[in-house]
Design a protein around this ligand. Sequence first.
Ligand SMILES: Nc1ncnc2c1ncn2[C@@H]1O[C@H](COP(=O)(O)OP(=O)(O)OP(=O)(O)O)[C@@H](O)[C@H]1O
Ligand SMILES: [Mg+2]
Length: 307
Amino acid sequence: MIPTPPAIDVRGLGKSFGHSVVLDGLDLTVPRGEIFALLGANGAGKTTTISILTTLQRPDRGSAAVAGFDVAAAPDAVRQRIALTGQSAAVDDTLTGTENLVMLGRLSGLSPRRARARAAELLERFALRDAATRRVGTYSGGMRRRLDLALSFVVVPEVLFLDEPTTGVDPRSRRDLWEVIRSLSDAGTTVFLTTQYLEEADQLADRVAVLDGGRIVATGTPAELKSLVGSDTVVLTGADGAVVREIATDGSVAGLRAAIAELGADEVPDAEVTLRRPTLDDVFLSLTGSPDAAAPAPALDTAKELA
Ligand SMILES: Nc1ncnc2c1ncn2[C@@H]1O[C@H](COP(=O)(O)OP(=O)(O)OP(=O)(O)O)[C@@H](O)[C@H]1O
Ligand SMILES: [Mg+2]
């Protein structure tokens, strides 16, 4: 039996705009059926990566295959197997929500009846039923966003690309959307998403990669990445609730005792000591070298080993 290729296979991808190098030897592999989250600061190159994987831009160097097809050599084969929701909504303002969905369904080869049924189902799922017959030009930002997302679910793709799917979406709708993404993944669709919400990556993704300096600096499950920034942190807060000091521990009882002794809680009136578990925020801040990083940055070699 021929082994099935991974859903996404990226090798040494490079992309520059003028003198600015955005991707500098990007490597990543996403197995079929996985929910994969790409994290990166503003301008890290997340949208550029998605644009290349969805054939909207060509890489300068390296190769990328999606659903088993090379994005440069067989862009049409790739396009037939993917769906994309971008940061800029691709909806037609002059049409209603229903019309947008039916039109895309028809363009994707659904019969008029199937297209209408699918549109009704998606409007319900994305809480847009009441706005179904209104022109999209009158929608709020969050409603547009939900319609944009609904459009990418008209036909179930092999690989779904979501560029910041829940930016500008209220917390309840965000949870609804996570449910929809999970159910697609359960049905076998591979999901590649970018996000600025680390909680989203934590809740949703099987695996997370951090993009920084044009490369992947760490890959792993959310739990593996959290273990990179060490373990628990003891936090000393003052009477006003403000953090006075934080010390990362190695997770051992002795380490915890030493950290608490080192906090100097006696010098702070009405001090409170709490234990904070690492979050993906800690991982992100320590790996992308933010000055706010609370924990020391792990060696990149360690990070890479998790890939
Ligand atoms: N067409 C273009 N021409 C010139 N520069 C570009 C172009 N597209 C992207 N860039 C630059 O490439 C860098 C990466 O942009 P990209 O949009 O991929 O980042 P991002 O990680 O998606 O950021 P954000 O979180 O803000 O969406 C930025 O510095 C951006 O200004
Ligand atoms: Mg972007």
